[in-house]
Design a protein around this ligand. Sequence first.
Ligand code: 4AD
Ligand code: MG
Length: 507
Amino acid sequence: MQPPVETQATISTIAGLHAHADGQATLQGWLYNKRSSKGLHFLILRDGSGLAQCVVAEDKVDAASWQAAEAATQESALAVTGAVVADDRQVGGFEVQANAVRLVHQAEEYPITPKEHGIEFLMSNRHLWLRSRRPWATLRVRNRIIMSIHTFFQERGFVQMDAPILTGNAVEGTSTLFEIDYFGEPAYLTQSGQLYGEAMAMAFGKIYTFGPTFRAEKSKTRRHLTEFWMIEPEMAFYDLAMNMDLAEDFLTHIVGDVLRDCAVELEALERDTAPLERVQKPFPRLSYSEAVDLLTSDKTAEMLDARLAALEAEEQQLKEEQAENEKSYGQAKKWRKRQIDQRTIEIHKRLAEIEEALRNIPEWKASARNFEWGGDFGGSDETVLTWHFDRPLIVHRYPAAVKAFYMKRDEEDDRLALGMDVLAPEGYGEIIGGGERATDLAFLKKQIADHGLPEEVFTWYLDLRRYGSVPHAGFGLGLERTVTWLCGLDHLREAIPFPRLLGRLHP
Ligand code: 4AD
Ligand code: MG
Protein backbone atom coordinates (compact mmCIF):
# COMPACT_ATOMS: atom_id res chain seq x y z
CA MET A 1 0.00 0.00 0.00
CA GLN A 2 1.07 3.56 -0.73
CA PRO A 3 2.05 5.58 2.35
CA PRO A 4 -0.34 8.50 2.94
CA VAL A 5 0.66 11.37 0.65
CA GLU A 6 1.32 13.73 3.56
CA THR A 7 4.32 11.71 4.70
CA GLN A 8 6.04 12.47 1.40
CA ALA A 9 6.10 16.27 1.78
CA THR A 10 6.07 18.70 4.67
CA ILE A 11 2.62 19.33 6.05
CA SER A 12 1.74 23.02 5.92
CA THR A 13 -1.18 25.17 6.89
CA ILE A 14 -2.57 27.41 4.18
CA ALA A 15 -1.45 30.48 6.11
CA GLY A 16 2.04 28.96 6.24
CA LEU A 17 2.34 28.24 2.49
CA HIS A 18 4.71 31.18 1.93
CA ALA A 19 7.40 29.17 3.74
CA HIS A 20 7.14 26.52 1.01
CA ALA A 21 7.08 28.80 -2.06
CA ASP A 22 8.62 27.00 -5.06
CA GLY A 23 8.76 23.78 -3.02
CA GLN A 24 6.37 21.00 -2.12
CA ALA A 25 3.82 20.88 0.66
CA THR A 26 0.83 18.91 1.85
CA LEU A 27 -2.34 20.72 2.87
CA GLN A 28 -4.96 19.06 5.05
CA GLY A 29 -8.43 20.53 5.04
CA TRP A 30 -11.96 20.51 3.72
CA LEU A 31 -13.36 21.19 0.28
CA TYR A 32 -14.86 24.67 0.27
CA ASN A 33 -15.66 24.90 -3.39
CA LYS A 34 -14.89 23.11 -6.63
CA ARG A 35 -14.83 24.11 -10.29
CA SER A 36 -14.18 21.53 -12.92
CA SER A 37 -13.45 21.39 -16.62
CA LYS A 38 -12.21 18.61 -18.84
CA GLY A 39 -9.22 16.92 -17.21
CA LEU A 40 -9.03 19.57 -14.46
CA HIS A 41 -10.44 20.12 -10.98
CA PHE A 42 -9.91 23.41 -9.15
CA LEU A 43 -10.35 22.58 -5.50
CA ILE A 44 -10.69 25.47 -3.08
CA LEU A 45 -9.46 24.01 0.17
CA ARG A 46 -9.98 25.52 3.60
CA ASP A 47 -8.10 24.47 6.68
CA GLY A 48 -9.13 27.09 9.22
CA SER A 49 -6.08 29.24 8.56
CA GLY A 50 -7.24 30.36 5.11
CA LEU A 51 -8.33 29.32 1.63
CA ALA A 52 -6.14 28.01 -1.18
CA GLN A 53 -6.78 26.80 -4.68
CA CYS A 54 -5.41 23.35 -5.50
CA VAL A 55 -5.25 22.48 -9.19
CA VAL A 56 -5.62 18.79 -9.99
CA ALA A 57 -4.81 17.83 -13.58
CA GLU A 58 -5.72 14.34 -14.71
CA ASP A 59 -2.45 13.89 -16.57
CA LYS A 60 -0.32 14.98 -13.57
CA VAL A 61 -1.69 12.67 -10.85
CA ASP A 62 -2.26 8.94 -10.41
CA ALA A 63 -5.67 7.38 -10.93
CA ALA A 64 -6.47 7.23 -7.19
CA SER A 65 -5.74 10.94 -6.77
CA TRP A 66 -7.88 11.83 -9.76
CA GLN A 67 -10.67 9.65 -8.36
CA ALA A 68 -10.40 11.45 -5.01
CA ALA A 69 -10.66 14.88 -6.67
CA GLU A 70 -13.61 13.65 -8.76
CA ALA A 71 -15.42 12.30 -5.73
CA ALA A 72 -14.77 15.18 -3.35
CA THR A 73 -17.96 17.02 -2.46
CA GLN A 74 -18.42 20.20 -0.43
CA GLU A 75 -16.85 19.76 3.05
CA SER A 76 -15.22 16.43 2.20
CA ALA A 77 -11.91 16.15 4.05
CA LEU A 78 -8.81 16.05 1.86
CA ALA A 79 -5.04 15.94 1.95
CA VAL A 80 -3.44 17.53 -1.12
CA THR A 81 0.27 17.41 -1.90
CA GLY A 82 1.82 19.49 -4.62
CA ALA A 83 4.04 22.28 -5.82
CA VAL A 84 3.52 25.62 -4.06
CA VAL A 85 3.41 28.43 -6.58
CA ALA A 86 3.03 32.12 -5.74
CA ASP A 87 0.12 33.64 -7.65
CA ASP A 88 -1.21 37.06 -6.73
CA ARG A 89 -4.54 36.45 -8.38
CA GLN A 90 -5.37 33.59 -6.00
CA VAL A 91 -7.06 33.80 -2.62
CA GLY A 92 -4.22 33.73 -0.12
CA GLY A 93 -1.64 34.45 -2.82
CA PHE A 94 -0.56 30.82 -3.44
CA GLU A 95 -1.74 27.94 -5.55
CA VAL A 96 -0.93 24.28 -5.06
CA GLN A 97 -0.40 22.27 -8.25
CA ALA A 98 -1.32 18.83 -7.02
CA ASN A 99 0.62 15.67 -7.56
CA ALA A 100 -1.36 13.63 -5.04
CA VAL A 101 -4.83 13.90 -3.50
CA ARG A 102 -6.20 11.73 -0.72
CA LEU A 103 -9.82 11.68 0.34
CA VAL A 104 -9.82 11.53 4.15
CA HIS A 105 -13.59 11.56 4.41
CA GLN A 106 -16.31 11.77 1.82
CA ALA A 107 -18.89 14.22 3.18
CA GLU A 108 -22.61 13.65 2.90
CA GLU A 109 -24.59 16.32 1.09
CA TYR A 110 -23.78 19.49 3.01
CA PRO A 111 -26.76 21.51 4.24
CA ILE A 112 -25.14 24.94 3.89
CA THR A 113 -24.75 25.83 0.24
CA PRO A 114 -23.48 29.06 -1.34
CA LYS A 115 -27.09 30.24 -1.81
CA GLU A 116 -28.72 32.57 0.73
CA HIS A 117 -29.93 30.93 3.94
CA GLY A 118 -32.17 32.44 6.61
CA ILE A 119 -30.59 33.34 9.93
CA GLU A 120 -32.66 30.81 11.93
CA PHE A 121 -31.51 28.01 9.65
CA LEU A 122 -27.91 29.12 9.98
CA MET A 123 -28.20 29.42 13.76
CA SER A 124 -29.66 25.90 14.00
CA ASN A 125 -26.65 24.73 12.00
CA ARG A 126 -24.17 26.89 13.88
CA HIS A 127 -21.89 23.87 14.45
CA LEU A 128 -21.41 23.73 10.68
CA TRP A 129 -21.93 27.41 9.88
CA LEU A 130 -18.74 28.11 11.87
CA ARG A 131 -16.88 26.81 8.81
CA SER A 132 -18.18 29.60 6.56
CA ARG A 133 -16.36 32.78 5.70
CA ARG A 134 -18.30 35.24 7.86
CA PRO A 135 -18.12 33.35 11.16
CA TRP A 136 -14.49 32.60 10.36
CA ALA A 137 -13.69 36.30 10.01
CA THR A 138 -15.82 37.36 12.99
CA LEU A 139 -14.44 34.83 15.43
CA ARG A 140 -10.87 35.52 14.39
CA VAL A 141 -11.47 39.19 15.21
CA ARG A 142 -12.86 38.01 18.56
CA ASN A 143 -9.66 36.06 19.13
CA ARG A 144 -7.55 39.12 18.32
CA ILE A 145 -9.58 41.25 20.72
CA ILE A 146 -9.10 38.70 23.52
CA MET A 147 -5.34 38.73 22.97
CA SER A 148 -5.31 42.51 22.86
CA ILE A 149 -7.17 42.70 26.18
CA HIS A 150 -4.66 40.45 27.89
CA THR A 151 -1.61 42.32 26.58
CA PHE A 152 -3.13 45.68 27.51
CA PHE A 153 -3.60 44.73 31.14
CA GLN A 154 -0.54 42.51 31.53
CA GLU A 155 1.72 45.28 30.22
CA ARG A 156 0.26 47.62 32.82
CA GLY A 157 0.82 45.43 35.87
CA PHE A 158 -2.72 44.08 36.22
CA VAL A 159 -3.08 40.53 37.55
CA GLN A 160 -5.65 38.34 35.81
CA MET A 161 -7.84 36.65 38.41
CA ASP A 162 -10.94 34.50 38.10
CA ALA A 163 -14.15 35.24 39.95
CA PRO A 164 -16.43 32.31 40.78
CA ILE A 165 -19.22 31.44 38.38
CA LEU A 166 -21.46 29.90 41.05
CA THR A 167 -22.34 32.59 43.56
CA GLY A 168 -24.59 33.12 46.53
CA ASN A 169 -25.46 36.75 45.81
CA ALA A 170 -26.82 39.03 43.09
CA VAL A 171 -24.64 41.86 41.72
CA GLU A 172 -26.63 43.55 39.00
CA GLY A 173 -30.20 43.42 40.31
CA THR A 174 -32.38 40.41 41.01
CA SER A 175 -34.49 40.39 37.84
CA THR A 176 -31.99 38.59 35.59
CA LEU A 177 -30.71 35.84 37.89
CA PHE A 178 -30.36 32.25 36.77
CA GLU A 179 -31.07 30.35 39.94
CA ILE A 180 -29.75 26.86 40.52
CA ASP A 181 -30.00 24.35 43.33
CA TYR A 182 -26.64 24.16 45.08
CA PHE A 183 -27.04 21.06 47.26
CA GLY A 184 -30.25 22.39 48.68
CA GLU A 185 -29.09 26.00 48.95
CA PRO A 186 -30.13 28.57 46.34
CA ALA A 187 -27.24 29.75 44.18
CA TYR A 188 -26.93 31.85 41.03
CA LEU A 189 -24.86 31.88 37.88
CA THR A 190 -22.79 35.03 38.19
CA GLN A 191 -24.00 38.25 36.55
CA SER A 192 -20.62 39.92 37.02
CA GLY A 193 -17.34 39.14 38.76
CA GLN A 194 -17.11 42.65 40.15
CA LEU A 195 -17.68 42.09 43.86
CA TYR A 196 -15.00 39.41 43.91
CA GLY A 197 -12.88 41.68 41.73
CA GLU A 198 -13.02 44.30 44.48
CA ALA A 199 -11.76 41.76 47.04
CA MET A 200 -8.96 40.74 44.67
CA ALA A 201 -8.02 44.38 43.98
CA MET A 202 -7.59 44.93 47.74
CA ALA A 203 -5.19 41.97 47.70
CA PHE A 204 -3.35 42.60 44.40
CA GLY A 205 -3.82 46.30 43.63
CA LYS A 206 -4.91 46.09 40.00
CA ILE A 207 -6.68 43.02 38.69
CA TYR A 208 -8.90 42.01 35.83
CA THR A 209 -11.32 39.15 35.49
CA PHE A 210 -12.15 37.55 32.15
CA GLY A 211 -15.00 35.16 32.39
CA PRO A 212 -18.46 34.06 31.41
CA THR A 213 -21.40 35.93 32.93
CA PHE A 214 -25.07 35.10 32.83
CA ARG A 215 -28.25 37.11 32.70
CA ALA A 216 -31.73 35.73 32.33
CA GLU A 217 -32.69 38.38 29.77
CA LYS A 218 -36.31 37.67 29.06
CA SER A 219 -36.65 39.77 25.93
CA LYS A 220 -35.20 39.27 22.49
CA THR A 221 -32.92 42.11 21.51
CA ARG A 222 -29.87 42.49 19.30
CA ARG A 223 -27.78 43.51 22.28
CA HIS A 224 -28.47 40.83 24.84
CA LEU A 225 -27.26 37.29 25.27
CA THR A 226 -28.06 35.15 28.30
CA GLU A 227 -24.44 33.98 28.44
CA PHE A 228 -21.68 36.39 27.52
CA TRP A 229 -18.07 37.14 28.36
CA MET A 230 -17.08 40.10 30.43
CA ILE A 231 -13.73 41.65 31.16
CA GLU A 232 -13.69 43.50 34.47
CA PRO A 233 -10.68 45.51 35.61
CA GLU A 234 -10.78 46.68 39.22
CA MET A 235 -8.21 49.09 40.64
CA ALA A 236 -7.45 50.17 44.20
CA PHE A 237 -6.86 53.93 44.62
CA TYR A 238 -8.63 54.82 41.36
CA ASP A 239 -11.38 57.41 41.14
CA LEU A 240 -14.01 57.93 38.44
CA ALA A 241 -11.80 60.17 36.27
CA MET A 242 -8.93 57.65 36.31
CA ASN A 243 -11.41 54.91 35.48
CA MET A 244 -12.64 56.82 32.43
CA ASP A 245 -9.05 57.47 31.30
CA LEU A 246 -8.30 53.76 31.55
CA ALA A 247 -11.41 52.81 29.56
CA GLU A 248 -10.37 55.27 26.85
CA ASP A 249 -6.81 53.88 26.64
CA PHE A 250 -8.18 50.35 26.70
CA LEU A 251 -10.57 50.82 23.78
CA THR A 252 -8.10 52.72 21.60
CA HIS A 253 -5.58 49.93 22.22
CA ILE A 254 -8.03 47.19 21.18
CA VAL A 255 -9.26 49.03 18.09
CA GLY A 256 -5.66 49.78 17.02
CA ASP A 257 -4.66 46.11 17.32
CA VAL A 258 -7.68 44.93 15.35
CA LEU A 259 -7.14 47.48 12.58
CA ARG A 260 -3.49 46.55 12.31
CA ASP A 261 -3.85 42.76 12.44
CA CYS A 262 -7.31 41.92 11.10
CA ALA A 263 -7.38 43.65 7.71
CA VAL A 264 -8.24 40.40 5.91
CA GLU A 265 -11.06 39.58 8.33
CA LEU A 266 -12.54 43.09 8.26
CA GLU A 267 -12.48 43.06 4.49
CA ALA A 268 -14.23 39.69 4.39
CA LEU A 269 -16.91 41.26 6.62
CA GLU A 270 -17.07 44.33 4.36
CA ARG A 271 -16.48 46.44 7.46
CA ASP A 272 -15.95 50.10 6.64
CA THR A 273 -12.82 50.81 8.67
CA ALA A 274 -12.95 54.63 8.45
CA PRO A 275 -15.14 54.96 11.59
CA LEU A 276 -12.74 52.66 13.45
CA GLU A 277 -9.73 54.75 12.40
CA ARG A 278 -11.40 57.70 14.14
CA VAL A 279 -11.43 55.93 17.51
CA GLN A 280 -8.76 58.19 19.01
CA LYS A 281 -8.39 59.95 22.35
CA PRO A 282 -9.94 62.03 23.76
CA PHE A 283 -13.46 60.58 23.76
CA PRO A 284 -16.27 63.06 24.32
CA ARG A 285 -17.55 62.95 27.91
CA LEU A 286 -21.03 64.06 28.92
CA SER A 287 -22.61 63.97 32.33
CA TYR A 288 -25.95 62.15 32.37
CA SER A 289 -27.71 65.50 32.72
CA GLU A 290 -25.87 66.91 29.69
CA ALA A 291 -26.75 63.76 27.75
CA VAL A 292 -30.43 64.21 28.66
CA ASP A 293 -30.28 67.83 27.50
CA LEU A 294 -28.77 66.74 24.20
CA LEU A 295 -31.25 63.90 23.74
CA THR A 296 -34.29 66.12 24.21
CA SER A 297 -32.89 69.06 22.21
CA ASP A 298 -33.89 70.47 18.82
CA LYS A 299 -30.43 69.51 17.68
CA THR A 300 -31.30 65.82 18.11
CA ALA A 301 -34.66 66.20 16.37
CA GLU A 302 -32.95 67.93 13.43
CA MET A 303 -30.21 65.32 13.26
CA LEU A 304 -32.84 62.57 13.09
CA ASP A 305 -34.83 64.42 10.42
CA ALA A 306 -31.68 64.75 8.34
CA ARG A 307 -31.05 61.01 8.71
CA LEU A 308 -34.58 60.22 7.64
CA ALA A 309 -34.25 62.44 4.57
CA ALA A 310 -30.94 60.82 3.60
CA LEU A 311 -32.40 57.32 3.99
CA GLU A 312 -35.45 58.21 1.90
CA ALA A 313 -33.20 59.54 -0.86
CA GLU A 314 -31.09 56.39 -0.76
CA GLU A 315 -34.19 54.20 -0.86
CA GLN A 316 -35.45 56.08 -3.92
CA GLN A 317 -32.11 55.69 -5.68
CA LEU A 318 -31.86 51.96 -4.96
CA LYS A 319 -35.38 51.36 -6.21
CA GLU A 320 -34.58 53.18 -9.45
CA GLU A 321 -31.41 51.14 -9.90
CA GLN A 322 -33.37 47.94 -9.28
CA ALA A 323 -36.02 48.92 -11.85
CA GLU A 324 -33.27 49.62 -14.42
CA ASN A 325 -31.66 46.25 -13.71
CA GLU A 326 -34.95 44.42 -14.08
CA LYS A 327 -35.63 46.15 -17.42
CA SER A 328 -32.26 45.21 -18.90
CA TYR A 329 -32.18 41.66 -17.46
CA GLY A 330 -33.89 39.93 -20.40
CA GLN A 331 -31.33 41.10 -22.98
CA ALA A 332 -28.31 40.96 -20.67
CA LYS A 333 -25.31 38.71 -21.32
CA LYS A 334 -24.72 35.82 -18.94
CA TRP A 335 -21.94 37.56 -16.95
CA ARG A 336 -24.09 40.67 -16.62
CA LYS A 337 -27.04 38.58 -15.39
CA ARG A 338 -24.82 37.15 -12.68
CA GLN A 339 -23.70 40.66 -11.75
CA ILE A 340 -27.31 41.84 -11.55
CA ASP A 341 -28.31 38.83 -9.41
CA GLN A 342 -25.53 39.64 -6.99
CA ARG A 343 -26.44 43.31 -6.88
CA THR A 344 -30.11 42.45 -6.37
CA ILE A 345 -29.23 40.57 -3.19
CA GLU A 346 -27.27 43.59 -1.95
CA ILE A 347 -30.04 46.00 -2.84
CA HIS A 348 -32.68 43.89 -1.09
CA LYS A 349 -30.56 43.68 2.03
CA ARG A 350 -29.98 47.41 2.13
CA LEU A 351 -33.63 48.20 1.37
CA ALA A 352 -34.70 46.01 4.28
CA GLU A 353 -32.31 47.91 6.56
CA ILE A 354 -33.58 51.24 5.32
CA GLU A 355 -37.19 50.18 5.72
CA GLU A 356 -36.52 49.16 9.31
CA ALA A 357 -34.74 52.45 10.04
CA LEU A 358 -37.56 54.46 8.48
CA ARG A 359 -39.96 52.65 10.78
CA ASN A 360 -37.78 53.05 13.87
CA ILE A 361 -36.43 56.57 13.66
CA PRO A 362 -39.75 58.42 14.08
CA GLU A 363 -40.41 56.36 17.23
CA TRP A 364 -36.90 56.96 18.50
CA LYS A 365 -37.28 60.66 17.83
CA ALA A 366 -40.44 60.81 19.94
CA SER A 367 -38.94 58.82 22.78
CA ALA A 368 -35.77 60.96 22.76
CA ARG A 369 -37.80 64.16 22.84
CA ASN A 370 -39.97 62.89 25.71
CA PHE A 371 -37.12 61.46 27.77
CA GLU A 372 -37.40 62.52 31.40
CA TRP A 373 -34.48 63.15 33.72
CA GLY A 374 -34.17 60.25 36.14
CA GLY A 375 -34.82 57.36 33.77
CA ASP A 376 -32.28 54.96 32.32
CA PHE A 377 -31.42 55.31 28.64
CA GLY A 378 -33.06 52.74 26.43
CA GLY A 379 -31.24 51.11 23.54
CA SER A 380 -32.64 53.63 21.06
CA ASP A 381 -31.65 56.60 23.25
CA GLU A 382 -28.07 55.31 23.30
CA THR A 383 -28.12 54.84 19.55
CA VAL A 384 -29.38 58.38 19.00
CA LEU A 385 -26.76 59.85 21.34
CA THR A 386 -23.92 58.06 19.57
CA TRP A 387 -25.02 59.49 16.21
CA HIS A 388 -23.88 62.91 17.38
CA PHE A 389 -20.26 61.79 17.73
CA ASP A 390 -17.60 60.19 15.57
CA ARG A 391 -15.98 58.20 18.38
CA PRO A 392 -17.04 56.42 21.60
CA LEU A 393 -19.02 58.58 24.02
CA ILE A 394 -18.58 58.41 27.79
CA VAL A 395 -21.63 59.25 29.89
CA HIS A 396 -21.00 59.68 33.61
CA ARG A 397 -22.85 60.54 36.84
CA TYR A 398 -26.17 58.76 36.42
CA PRO A 399 -29.11 59.06 38.80
CA ALA A 400 -28.30 56.68 41.66
CA ALA A 401 -31.78 55.19 41.33
CA VAL A 402 -30.98 53.54 37.98
CA LYS A 403 -27.60 52.16 39.06
CA ALA A 404 -26.45 49.25 41.22
CA PHE A 405 -26.23 49.36 45.03
CA TYR A 406 -22.42 49.47 45.18
CA MET A 407 -21.93 52.81 43.42
CA LYS A 408 -20.38 55.76 45.23
CA ARG A 409 -22.50 58.92 45.39
CA ASP A 410 -21.37 62.21 43.89
CA GLU A 411 -20.34 64.53 46.74
CA GLU A 412 -21.63 67.54 44.77
CA ASP A 413 -25.08 66.08 44.15
CA ASP A 414 -26.36 63.22 46.28
CA ARG A 415 -28.93 62.17 43.64
CA LEU A 416 -26.08 61.06 41.40
CA ALA A 417 -23.93 57.91 41.37
CA LEU A 418 -20.34 58.01 40.14
CA GLY A 419 -21.07 55.53 37.37
CA MET A 420 -19.99 55.72 33.76
CA ASP A 421 -20.97 53.97 30.55
CA VAL A 422 -19.05 53.97 27.31
CA LEU A 423 -21.28 53.99 24.24
CA ALA A 424 -19.80 52.68 21.00
CA PRO A 425 -20.29 54.89 17.93
CA GLU A 426 -22.33 54.20 14.78
CA GLY A 427 -25.39 53.48 16.89
CA TYR A 428 -23.95 50.47 18.72
CA GLY A 429 -24.45 51.86 22.22
CA GLU A 430 -23.23 50.62 25.59
CA ILE A 431 -20.17 48.39 25.57
CA ILE A 432 -18.76 49.34 28.98
CA GLY A 433 -20.46 49.94 32.32
CA GLY A 434 -18.56 50.81 35.46
CA GLY A 435 -17.75 53.44 38.04
CA GLU A 436 -16.30 54.34 41.39
CA ARG A 437 -17.34 52.12 44.30
CA ALA A 438 -18.85 53.16 47.63
CA THR A 439 -16.29 52.84 50.43
CA ASP A 440 -18.34 53.58 53.54
CA LEU A 441 -19.62 50.62 55.56
CA ALA A 442 -22.78 52.25 56.92
CA PHE A 443 -23.75 53.65 53.50
CA LEU A 444 -23.34 50.25 51.84
CA LYS A 445 -25.37 48.49 54.51
CA LYS A 446 -28.18 50.94 53.92
CA GLN A 447 -27.91 50.52 50.14
CA ILE A 448 -28.15 46.73 50.46
CA ALA A 449 -31.28 47.10 52.58
CA ASP A 450 -32.81 49.74 50.27
CA HIS A 451 -32.29 47.44 47.27
CA GLY A 452 -34.10 44.63 49.10
CA LEU A 453 -30.96 42.44 49.16
CA PRO A 454 -30.17 40.07 52.06
CA GLU A 455 -27.23 41.43 54.08
CA GLU A 456 -26.03 37.96 55.23
CA VAL A 457 -24.70 37.01 51.80
CA PHE A 458 -22.75 40.28 51.55
CA THR A 459 -20.93 39.92 54.88
CA TRP A 460 -17.67 39.10 53.13
CA TYR A 461 -18.11 42.05 50.75
CA LEU A 462 -18.76 44.43 53.62
CA ASP A 463 -15.50 43.25 55.26
CA LEU A 464 -13.69 45.09 52.44
CA ARG A 465 -15.06 48.31 54.02
CA ARG A 466 -13.89 47.24 57.49
CA TYR A 467 -10.24 46.56 56.79
CA GLY A 468 -8.43 49.29 54.90
CA SER A 469 -11.30 50.64 52.80
CA VAL A 470 -9.89 52.79 49.99
CA PRO A 471 -11.23 54.62 46.93
CA HIS A 472 -11.45 52.17 44.07
CA ALA A 473 -13.09 51.85 40.69
CA GLY A 474 -13.50 49.50 37.76
CA PHE A 475 -15.64 48.62 34.80
CA GLY A 476 -16.94 45.75 32.73
CA LEU A 477 -16.50 45.43 28.98
CA GLY A 478 -18.90 43.14 27.14
CA LEU A 479 -16.82 41.05 24.75
CA GLU A 480 -19.63 40.23 22.31
CA ARG A 481 -20.75 43.86 22.18
CA THR A 482 -17.18 44.79 21.29
CA VAL A 483 -16.92 42.12 18.59
CA THR A 484 -20.30 43.19 17.17
CA TRP A 485 -19.21 46.80 16.96
CA LEU A 486 -15.74 46.20 15.50
CA CYS A 487 -17.02 43.67 12.96
CA GLY A 488 -19.99 45.87 12.04
CA LEU A 489 -22.53 43.11 12.81
CA ASP A 490 -26.16 43.86 13.45
CA HIS A 491 -26.73 41.26 16.19
CA LEU A 492 -24.71 39.85 19.09
CA ARG A 493 -25.57 36.26 18.17
CA GLU A 494 -22.82 36.15 15.55
CA ALA A 495 -20.14 37.43 17.93
CA ILE A 496 -19.79 34.21 19.96
CA PRO A 497 -19.29 30.65 18.68
CA PHE A 498 -22.46 29.20 20.24
CA PRO A 499 -24.85 31.96 21.33
CA ARG A 500 -27.28 31.49 24.18
CA LEU A 501 -30.41 33.60 23.82
CA LEU A 502 -34.03 33.50 24.85
CA GLY A 503 -35.32 30.58 22.78
CA ARG A 504 -31.91 29.31 21.71
CA LEU A 505 -30.04 26.64 23.67
CA HIS A 506 -29.06 24.34 20.79
CA PRO A 507 -26.59 23.61 19.29
O1 4AD B 1 -23.24 47.50 32.71
P1 4AD B 1 -23.10 46.15 33.32
O2 4AD B 1 -24.33 45.50 33.81
O3 4AD B 1 -22.04 46.33 34.49
C1 4AD B 1 -21.64 45.39 35.37
O4 4AD B 1 -21.97 44.23 35.36
C2 4AD B 1 -20.60 45.89 36.33
N1 4AD B 1 -20.61 45.01 37.50
C3 4AD B 1 -19.27 45.91 35.64
C4 4AD B 1 -18.17 46.46 36.53
O5 4AD B 1 -18.21 47.61 36.87
N2 4AD B 1 -17.19 45.65 36.85
O6 4AD B 1 -22.42 45.17 32.29
C5 4AD B 1 -21.16 45.49 31.75
C6 4AD B 1 -21.14 45.24 30.26
C7 4AD B 1 -22.14 46.08 29.49
O7 4AD B 1 -21.65 47.37 29.23
C8 4AD B 1 -22.30 45.26 28.23
O8 4AD B 1 -21.21 45.50 27.35
C9 4AD B 1 -22.17 43.86 28.74
O9 4AD B 1 -21.51 43.90 29.97
N3 4AD B 1 -23.48 43.23 28.92
C10 4AD B 1 -24.01 42.33 28.08
N4 4AD B 1 -23.54 41.78 26.95
C11 4AD B 1 -24.31 40.87 26.33
N5 4AD B 1 -25.51 40.46 26.77
C12 4AD B 1 -26.02 40.98 27.92
N6 4AD B 1 -27.18 40.53 28.37
C13 4AD B 1 -25.26 41.96 28.62
N7 4AD B 1 -25.45 42.65 29.76
C14 4AD B 1 -24.36 43.43 29.92
MG1 MG C 1 -24.77 48.77 32.11
